[in-house]
Design a protein around this ligand. Structure first.
Ligand SMILES: [Zn+2]
Length: 396
């Protein structure tokens, strides 16, 4: 039965999954009405209990020092708080320690225009864990479509834990929004502006607690608001777009509106901070989109470019025989229909999963119109690439 189902599905769908070997975030639509996205849980209530890891957790390691005119952050990328359990629903990857050496200028300068780059970490937290905002998930699995799914707006379950983090195929644990556990370990941001990270251009990053008067350290604190808003109206469907109303699921659903918030398009502003009483440009991690900045005000350092090949021992598609249905350990995810049917991700579609097939298929119905269109069931094609986090890369 399993082989029949598999070959049927693969044949019928004319699968092309080979190019997704570096893909971090399998599409797994949130089951409508059955669960609350992790992001909102973490915002609204106490952290969920985390399951103990199967193996002893690696030890957190980070050093931050000044070398010449550079701030150097060396870390193994393992957080100083307990990460969520991975793999998990929405994220098939196993967190592993990394070897990072990030360098930023101690005297950063604003550039003439903001800059964004795909395939780069945006910043590194004080605990040595990097930030990356973009996902590799695109509409129709077509990165040329210009429509990229958001990780933290609550529409797509990419397995973010209570720290708004999950894991790339390299094993790199990384934040998509507020690093909740780090903020707690730093004493919280109730009473002060809280420095939590260094951006790749050298400017500091704070939580959303900021000064009412950005030029006065003694002014009262308040929540800082980003300057982005949802576009109005509907997405263009006739021109090859996903259609539907702008609801926040795509990065492109959002637009910057100068003056609508406290911050510029880089989610930052100039002002004084506890660490820089003379004033500096600085970023904020906001509670609403864009959460973490999407573009740099200054020039990012090359050390934030991601150039890893597959991790040691990672199985790429085609090596060592065909994977069951793909998805784990950075393997190419299987076709969406198989992934949906294989509820427990064990590579088999058992009796219970067959009985639950109708409900599973309904979860693929992203626009909720009661039917599955090709863009909803189409198997994985080329994915990733700028500005996402999972652009396919061969070993180097
Ligand atoms: Zn991610």
């Amino acid at each position: 039965m399993k082989n029949t189902l598999r070959s049927l599905a693969f044949a019928a769908l004319a699968v092309a999954v080979e190019s997704a070997s570096a893909h971090p975030d399998p599409i797994e639509p949130e089951a409508s009405g059955t669960s609350v996205p992790a992001f909102f849980l973490a915002q609204a209530g106490p952290p969920r209990a985390t399951q103990p890891a199967a193996n002893p957790a690696p030890r957190h390691r980070v050093t931050i020092g000044i070398e010449g005119d550079q701030r150097v952050i060396r870390s193994n990328g393992w957080p100083d708080h307990e990460p969520g359990a991975f793999p998990r629903k929405g994220n098939p990857n196993t967190a592993r320690p990394q070897e990072y050496t990030f360098r930023v200028s101690t005297n950063p300068k604003a550039a003439a225009t903001p800059e964004r780059r795909g395939g780069w970490f945006f910043a590194v937290a004080l605990n040595g864990v990097p930030f990356e905002a973009s996902t590799a998930e695109t509409w129709n699995n077509d990165r040329s479509s210009g429509w990229r799914y958001e990780a933290a707006t609550g529409f797509l379950d990419l397995g973010l834990d209570e720290h708004h983090a999950h894991v790339q195929p390299t094993g790199a644990y990384h934040y998509h929004a507020l690093p909740t556990g780090l903020v707690e370990r730093l004493g919280g941001d109730d009473q002060k502006m809280l420095l939590v990270a260094w951006a790749a251009d050298g400017f500091p990053i704070y939580t959303a607690t900021g000064l009412t008067d950005p030029q006065n350290l003694a002014s009262p604190l308040r929540k800082i608001k980003p300057g982005y808003r949802l576009k109005t109206g509907a997405r263009p469907a006739s021109t090859g777009g996903p259609g539907g109303s702008y609801d926040g699921r795509f990065t492109e659903d959002w637009e910057y509106a100068a003056g609508s918030g406290d911050l510029d398009e880089c989610n930052g502003r100039v002002g004084v901070t506890p660490e820089f009483p003379g004033g500096t440009y600085h970023y904020y991690i906001t509670a609403e989109f864009p959460f973490i900045p999407r573009q740099w005000r200054g020039t990012p350092d090359q050390s934030f470019a991601k150039n890893e090949g597959p991790p040691p021992g990672a199985r790429a598609g085609g090596q060592g025989g065909p994977p069951p249905f793909g998805g784990a350990d950075g393997r190419p995810p299987g076709p969406p229909i198989i992934t949906a049917l294989d509820g427990n991700g064990d590579g088999e579609i058992d009796t219970a999963e067959i009985n639950a097939a109708a409900a599973a298929l309904r979860r693929l119905d992203r626009n909720g119109d009661g039917k599955l269109t090709p863009e909803e069931w189409r198997p994985t094609g080329p994915r990733g690439g700028p500005p996402g986090e999972g652009s396919p890369r061969g070993p180097r």
